[in-house]
Design a protein around this ligand. Structure first.
Ligand code: ADP
Length: 161
C-alpha cells in the first residue's frame, strides 16, 4: 500500500459515482426466483463463490431480494426449496432469510453509497440507469459492494482468499 496513491484515491472519491466502479451487469452472478435450491444450483452458488446473490423475478433487471450465501450453511439441498418461497414467506424464523435489495443510480456518488453501506442494512447496491423510472423501464447497470469502494480508496485490488 502506498499512502500517496491512497490519498489520491480519497481525493478522487468525490468525483466518482457508482458506474465508475461497479461490476457490470453481464458479469453479475444472479439467480431467478423461479430456480430451485437443489444440488445443481447449490454447486453453481459454490462455484461462483459470492457472499451476496441478487435474486430477480422475470427479468434480470427486476432484482427483488438478495440471497446471503452464509444463510445456506445448514441447508440440505435435498429439500429442493423454491427460491420464490423464501421471498413470499419472509418469515422472521424462515430457514433461509433473504435481504431487501438496496437500489442506487449509476450517478450515485461513492460517498453517498458509503453512507448507505454504513447504515448496515446491506453492503451491496444494485445499480440502475435511473431510479425515477418505473422498475419495468429501468436498465440494470451492475452492482457495487463495500469492497469496490475500499479498492477505490486504496487504489489497489483486494485479493480474495
Ligand atoms: P464477496 O464477499 O462475495 O467476495 P465482495 O463484496 O468482497 O464480494 O466483492 C468482491 C467483488 O465481487 C466486487 O468487485 C463486487 O462487485 C463483486 N461481486 C460481489 N457479488 C457479486 C455477484 N453476485 N456477482 C458478480 N460480482 C459480484
Amino acid at each position: 500500500l502506498d499512502e500517496m496513491s491512497m490519498l489520491r484515491g480519497t481525493l478522487d472519491f468525490a468525483n466518482k459515482s457508482a458506474s465508475d466502479i461497479m461490476t457490470k451487469e453481464k458479469d453479475v452472478f444472479m439467480l431467478s426466483v423461479d430456480e430451485v435450491l437443489d444440488r445443481k444450483t447449490m454447486e453453481e452458488i459454490m462455484e461462483a463463490g459470492y457472499s451476496r446473490i441478487p435474486l430477480y423475478q422475470n427479468t434480470r433487471a427486476n432484482v427483488v431480494a438478495l440471497l446471503l450465501t452464509k444463510q445456506l450453511i445448514m441447508y440440505d439441498p435435498d429439500e429442493e426449496l423454491e427460491i420464490v418461497s423464501l421471498i413470499r414467506k419472509k418469515k422472521k424464523n424462515a430457514k433461509i432469510r433473504v435481504a431487501p435489495p438496496l437500489y442506487a443510480s449509476q450517478h450515485t456518488k461513492l460517498s453517498d453509497l458509503l453512507n448507505e453501506f454504513q447504515l448496515g442494512r446491506s453492503h451491496m447496491a444494485i445499480v440502475y440507469d435511473d431510479l425515477n423510472k418505473k422498475m419495468e423501464q429501468r436498465t440494470l447497470m451492475g452492482v457495487v459492494t463495500l469492497e469496490d469502494i475500499i479498492e477505490e480508496i486504496l487504489q489497489e485490488e483486494i485479493v480474495d482468499e
